[in-house]
Design a protein around this ligand. Structure first.
Ligand code: R2B
Length: 373
């Protein structure tokens, strides 16, 4: 007599036995799939020549004389670390203000890319020896904290760009995942920056070098910004995603025309008039890093984008009044969008014949051994 499924093999088998057999079969398929993945990876690695140089452009000619090159604020140097081995596979650099947020993002990305971590290990802050920034590596993704303001992100970018150059990285994409003050937009909205402007609404990052003012273009990659926007799913996402211009300021209070700083030499009326005038020119938010971020990535020919969470509507007030539970829930919103982008690109690159297949999070150097999660 045939079994439930009609075949003779299952004849007389109980549902329990059938379930067990199904589980065993699934396990067999899973382990064979893994072995196949490893085989493909080894074949690809075997055929692939490591690149001679990174794709980054316009870097200092002095770099080749630095032996070793000390990335002081990251606590790393080219003498004691094999950069191509540890960072050669980096394709995405995601940056945000705080170490905790970037650690949470690293775990999210690990899940998104289905990368596995041994349960007895945690991700390691690789920049811990530098005591300034936090840096986590999850397969091809670096998750890095940049602190607040242009000086802080600029120091980090110099060192990250040198790191990727020494590592011979190919076409990395940089994305800042930040917070911002919105101008006429609801708190909780995700904002993609179309342009990064200085306080005079010019698309430049200004630096004083050897006593002279130097202006660097802070234009952002329009294709990347639009691609990120296209990944929003308005009918499914619990949040709105918009695109618009960002003003980058060197101060959180007076620089962003707040009335709640320790000092204030203007009026509520002039504040409102200013906000309305920039809004009319397409500005949707303030941040404190976008011009430096755009300018430094531009100079190295790195594609970059900024995706921020609006935490206050400056048309309605200055103080951040949303409850912490709300803010920490909202924090995930820009991450959702960026994770979709990385996942899409990661799968695309995985299909290419000359790219790596990951079945581990990263080299052991990125993991904290023997620590329970
Ligand atoms: C957004 O939030 C920080 C100020 O609170 C700053 O880094 C920015 O751009």
């Amino acid at each position: 007599m045939p079994g439930n499924c009609g075949c003779n093999t299952c004849a007389g088998a109980s549902p329990c036995e059938l379930n067990r057999d199904v589980c065993q079969l699934k396990e067999l398929v899973r382990s064979q799939g893994k072995q196949l993945g490893q085989l493909v990876r080894h074949m690809k690695m075997g055929c692939k020549k490591p690149p001679k140089e990174s794709t980054l452009k316009g870097l200092s000619p002095c770099l080749k004389c630095l032996q070793p090159d000390v990335l002081y604020h990251l606590g790393m140097d080219t003498a004691t670390m094999d950069f191509p081995k540890v960072f050669g596979d980096v394709r995405f650099v995601c940056m945000g203000g705080t170490a905790e947020r970037m650690e949470r993002f690293a775990y999210k990305i690990m899940k998104e890319l289905s990368l596995k971590l041994n349960p007895a290990t945690t991700l390691r802050n690789m920049a811990e020896p530098g005591h300034r920034y936090a840096l986590y590596k999850v397969g091809p993704v670096l998750c890095v904290s940049h602190g607040m303001g242009c000086p802080s992100i600029s120091i980090l970018l110099h060192e990250l760009i040198k790191m990727l150059h020494h590592a011979k990285c190919q076409d990395p994409v940089f994305i800042r995942i930040g917070t911002c003050g919105g101008i006429g937009i609801e708190p909780g909205t995700v904002v993609i920056s179309s342009e990064a402007l200085d306080g005079m609404l010019n698309p430049y990052y200004e630096l004083i070098v050897q006593g002279k003012v130097v202006l660097y273009s802070s234009k952002l990659d329009q294709c990347l910004a639009n691609e990120l926007l296209s990944l929003a799913i308005p009918c499914e996402d619990e949040f709105c995603t918009i695109i618009g211009k960002t003003i980058c300021t060197n101060d959180f209070y007076e620089g962003q025309t707040r009335l709640d700083g320790a000092f204030c030499d203007y009026t509520n009326q002039s504040k409102t008039a200013y906000l309305q005038s920039v809004q009319c020119q397409g500005v949707v938010n303030f941040d404190m890093e976008s011009t430096a971020f755009a300018a430094l990535t531009n100079r190295a020919s790195i594609r970059s984008a900024i995706v921020s969470l609006c935490i206050v509507n400056r048309m309605e007030g200055d103080q951040i009044l949303s409850p912490p539970e709300c803010l920490s829930e909202w924090e995930k919103r820009p991450q959702v969008l960026v994770a979709r982008y990385i996942r899409k690109e990661f799968l695309k690159r995985d299909d290419d014949s000359d790219t790596e297949v990951y079945d581990e999070v990263c080299p052991s150097a990125c993991l904290e051994g023997d620590k329970a999660i």
